[in-house]
Design a protein around this ligand. Structure first.
Ligand SMILES: Cc1cc2nc3c(=O)[nH]c(=O)nc-3n(C[C@H](O)[C@H](O)[C@H](O)COP(=O)(O)O)c2cc1C
Ligand SMILES: Nc1ncnc2c1ncn2[C@@H]1O[C@H](COP(=O)(O)OP(=O)(O)O)[C@@H](O)[C@H]1O
Length: 344
């Protein structure tokens, strides 16, 4: 059997498992507290119907294709979303490929494809979800289509904070772009985190007594430049405390690339090439241009002390668990990738 055949076989078996279940449909960028409530509704419905629920989301996020020049600030990668979905009891994730051709599908074509692919017994969808050419399809279209196909389509109202404002991905993006980590954590229901490979830098950090693991964030990130108290997970999954700087290092470069640089406390070793995760616990201060390296190093020492205090004060739930209590725990079956021509 060739590798290709093995992959195809796996795909068929996972799709066979997925058909005839509950589908939670959406983009779920950030998997924020509103998304979590919707996924909880899908989960509850699946239990009532004695079925499983799967999440169907587009990949890449449609904004990358529809507004490529605007540099979309995506809150979570597909693997990060899948991790959240698993924690929220989903049996698997169906990544629906999004490209120009899919963007031109009529609502009817899209629904025909989705129904043929997943044979859903029920679909849960947020009241503001739109799809199809020029966003012509919406929850009402899905409900009517479902009625004709004998599928229950459950529209979920947005969940709101104490002030009555709906949780949105855009609010979380705004909070992160302002350095308001507390607000972002509150909206997301967990602490914002990024994952990337550690790359080589100017090798100056070690001479300052502050070696930093350098990571490039996804294009389009609008995270506020500044200094943060963080948790750092190395490639082997070990968690460390640290202090990170995100920005262009105006003290040492004229127009450097934006980098996330973490000084990992009580660590010595080689992190180059490891895929690491940085979880943001507290914003400490803006990035500044210092008058020479001694002034920068003196401030970095104060930053380290401030970060230690902030990390000691923060609740222990630092790896960012969900606020939503979940009876099922992890039971995910992985991601299935589909092409729009494929049904089973
Ligand atoms: C805690 C901390 C605070 C920092 N603050 C600033 C800052 O305010 N301004 C700045 O230009 N660079 C700042 N940096 C970035 C340093 O300039 C950078 O880490 C140093 O030049 C080493 O770079 P390298 O990893 O490429 O060797 C900070 C770094 C850390 C770890
Ligand atoms: N405590 C530490 N925190 C961060 N990186 C460390 C630490 N100790 C050793 N390292 C290693 O040193 C590298 C950073 O050193 P640095 O001089 O800043 O070089 P670069 O400019 O390439 O980032 C990291 O990528 C990692 O491999």
């Amino acid at each position: 059997m060739t590798n290709r055949e093995i992959v195809a076989e796996r795909r068929v078996s996972s799709l066979n498992r997925l058909t005839g279940n509950v589908i939670a449909l959406g983009n779920f960028d950030g998997v924020h507290r509103g998304h979590q409530a919707l996924l909880q509704a899908a989960h509850d419905l699946a239990i009532d119907m004695r079925l499983q629920y799967y999440v169907a989301c587009f990949s890449p996020h449609p904004k990358h294709i529809l507004q490529p020049s605007e540099g979309f600030f995506e809150l979570s990668s597909l693997p990060q979303k899948e991790e959240h979905f698993q924690q929220l009891g989903a049996a698997g994730t169906l990544a629906l490929p999004f490209d120009a051709a899919v963007s031109r599908m009529s609502p009817r074509e899209f629904c025909d494809w989705l129904w043929e692919t997943t044979k859903p017994r029920a679909i849960t969808v947020g009241c503001d979800f739109h799809f199809g050419n020029r966003r012509a399809g919406g929850p009402a279209y899905l409900r009517d289509y479902g009625q004709r196909a004998g599928t229950l389509v459950k529209l979920i109202d947005p969940s709101r904070d104490r002030e009555g404002e709906a949780f949105t991905s855009e609010q979380a993006r705004t909070a992160l772009s302002l350095g308001d980590i507390d607000r972002a954590s509150d909206l997301l229901g967990y602490r914002y985190r990024v994952e990337a490979k550690v790359i080589h830098g100017a090798k100056l950090g070690r001479t300052l007594g502050f070696p930093t693991a350098n990571m490039e964030l996804a294009r389009g990130s609008k995270l506020c430049a500044g200094i943060y108290a963080v948790k750092f997970k190395d490639g082997a999954g070990r968690e460390h405390d640290g202090v990170a700087s995100f920005g262009r290092r105006p003290t040492v470069t004229a127009d450097g690339l934006s980098l996330l640089e973490t000084y990992v406390f009580s660590y010595s070793g080689d992190l180059y090439g490891q895929t690491c995760t940085v979880t943001f616990v507290k914003y400490l201060r803006p990035e500044l241009k210092f008058d020479g390296l001694p002034a920068l190093v003196a401030q970095m020492k104060r930053d380290e002390a401030d970060a230690r205090v902030a990390l000691a004060k923060a609740s222990l739930n630092v790896s960012g668990e969900h606020c939503v209590a979940h009876p099922l725990g992890a039971s995910g079956a992985g991601i299935s990738y589909l092409s729009s021509g494929e049904t089973r």
